[in-house]
Design a protein around this ligand. Structure first.
Ligand code: GLA
Length: 410
């Protein structure tokens, strides 16, 4: 109540002195500001994903080689190895679970690979205290050539609801001659009518600028092509995580509670990079409030990989309730500083060395929106150690392809 009257008294002088025209302009600016800052008023109507979704998806490691024992053993592992407790809740089966449609058009799971059926799999995953996600496509066929959802949206949404699906990733191969917004809105409406709340993950690779319309259609939208398990290589359809990171520049304003930019799933632990590079990949995903969807074999992780994926303080940065996507605040060649405003007024900061030689990297308080004269406490989030109090700035020598992630609290 007191907050409300305070806001009104702040706005009133503008409205009183400027008359109707000015009021209209102020209203327009307010609407623009609301969109720009990603207010919950523009979020999807399913109340889900108020922080970036966390889970596991089969694609990056297993591709089309999915089956019932794999999914069940992944759920078993996540429930017992610390992943579920760290916040990873969705177990998502990607492409290739489906083989056709029956005479009434109902989608059919592969009976060889999923002999107990998809509903039984959902039940199993739920029994492990986890949620169940599934994959389909806005086209006639999925990217792996399986039946897609085009012209079957209503029926598929009902089937998914009946199976107990909690999350739908919806791809863009073989789509009709329509915009992304049209196609994904149709599935959004069908999901809403199904009566079961499901996180809706728009996967059209950024082709229709989904950040411009995605907030009221889905809970997250891919902004790039597929990620590849390498530092900065480019393959035919996919590229290293650095390319996906760079594509987020300028998109921060579109993200917020319930609606997130998605630079694709994690490659941490898949073997194509060093542990230090995976630590950098994970740190940057946390600072940009990316969905944390693990893509490795979580049943068989080296301790170093598990330590990265389950780091509590880094995950807290990603999951911070303010829901701001961090931005690059400084770049000097390969030396970069990324920062994210957190709900308690502090900042999470990544000092990131993209280069091949050690680099001195520092962040100035003014880069973070703080006056330089303030003394601020700096804490290393990977080692969970206080580094001391500093005025004006903080810096360190960062090894090649490494990061230092700190919290700065004045
Ligand atoms: C596309 C998506 C991937 C994956 C595959 C499955 O390439 O972007 O994430 O879902 O399809 O075929």
């Amino acid at each position: 109540m007191s907050g409300k009257s305070k806001n009104m008294s702040q706005h009133q002088p503008l409205f009183c002195t400027a008359g109707r025209l000015r009021s209209g302009v102020v209203l327009l600016l307010w609407v623009w500001g609301t969109v720009f800052h990603g207010s919950a008023a523009w979020a999807l109507d399913n109340g889900l994903a108020l922080t970036p979704p966390m889970g596991w998806n089969s694609w990056n490691k297993f591709g089309c080689d999915v089956n019932e024992p794999l999914l069940e053993s992944v759920a078993d592992a996540m429930a017992t190895n610390g992943m579920r407790d760290a916040g990873y809740q969705y177990v998502i089966i990607d492409d290739c679970w489906q083989v056709g449609r029956d005479a009434s058009g109902n989608i059919i799971g592969d009976p060889q690979r999923f002999p107990s059926g998809i509903k039984a799999l959902a039940d199993y995953i739920h029994s492990r205290g986890l949620k169940f996600g599934i994959y389909s496509c806005a086209g006639t066929n999925t990217c792996a050539g399986r039946p897609g959802g085009l012209f079957h949206e209503e029926q598929d949404a009902k089937t998914y609801a009946a199976w107990g699906v909690d999350y739908l990733k919806y791809d863009w191969c073989n789509h009709a001659n329509e915009t992304g917004e049209q196609a994904y809105s149709r599935m959004h409406d069908a999901l809403l009518r199904s009566g079961r709340p499901m996180v809706f993950s728009i996967c059209e690779w950024g082709q229709n600028k989904p950040w411009l319309w995605g907030a009221t259609v889905g809970n997250l939208w891919r902004t790039t092509g597929d990620i590849y398990d390498c530092w900065d290589c480019t393959e035919k359809w996919s590229s290293g995580w650095l390319h996906n990171l760079d594509s987020q520049a300028g998109l921060a304003a579109y993200a917020g509670p319930g609606h997130w930019n998605d630079p694709d799933m994690l490659e941490v632990g898949n073997g194509g990079m060093t542990d230090m590079e995976y630590k950098a990949h994970f740190s940057l995903w946390c600072i940009i409030a990316a969905p944390l969807i693990a893509g490795n074999d979580v049943r068989d992780m080296r301790p170093a990989i598990k330590k990265i994926l389950t780091n509590k303080e880094l995950i807290a940065v990603d999951q911070d309730p303010l829901g701001e996507q961090g931005v690059r605040v400084r770049k000097n060649g390969d030396a970069e500083v990324w920062a994210k405003r957190l709900a308690d007024g502090s900042r999470a900061v990544v000092l990131f060395n993209r280069g091949t030689a050690p680099a001195e990297i520092s962040v100035a308080w003014e880069d973070l929106g703080y006056p330089g004269h303030l003394k601020a406490a700096v804490r290393d989030l990977w080692t969970e150690r206080k580094l001391g109090k500093f005025k004006n700035k903080f810096g360190a020598t960062i090894a090649p392809h490494d990061v230092l992630v700190v919290n700065v609290m004045p």
